[in-house]
Design a protein. Sequence first.
Length: 240
Amino acid sequence: MKIHDNGAHGAGEVTLHQLDFEIDGATCRATIDNVIIAGWTGREKDEVEHHIAELAAIGVNPPTQVPCFYRVGANLLTNAAVIDVAGSHSSGEVEFVLVSLAGGLHVGVGSDHTDRKVETYGVTVSKQMCPKPVGRELWKFSDVEAHWDELTLRSWVTRHGTRELYQEGLVTKMLAPRDVMRCYLGAPGVLPVGTAMYCGTLTVVGEIAGGERFEVELEDPRSKRTLQHAYMARCLAMTD
């Protein structure tokens, strides 16, 4: 397991990061103190190599080990409808998100929004550059584990007012939740309470590129339920 830790625990007062989630129709205020971005989590070697090539095409160096885990600031996790990003170089990507709470393991849908320009010279830094959107609604993982491989991820991007399908595929493209947790923990187990983990993404339809609006969803056809989240990316002007 390779973990890129972007911060150290220091002495002094710790500010807890809290988000409100909806679980089975009830609001739950959760304290999140650890956010992990899992990369290159494809189940099939050729799919992983395709994604590596996809990123190499925009100048991103290949990983030295897969899967790879990046720790980012918990304060980046947000369910806001608008995020601020520096310049116009960033883009989102749909991922299922594991959220470990006192009531058990849950699953949500989010976007590993990443600065693609920074990514070409430092993947770890790029992961820290942008907010990490996540939907408010969560499912209990126990409710979907038995038919997990039937779930589908999708995303859409809106560029200059035109909405286009950006990603679509079964979650079978990525390691199953228990497998990605095992890789991260180094042994079978469940993420510590207060941890959110983005678990990898799909290849895109066309080229990797951003837009002014991004939508993500995780569909469960068996229960006819869908987790959804949408957000606007507001580009802040660069002054240098």
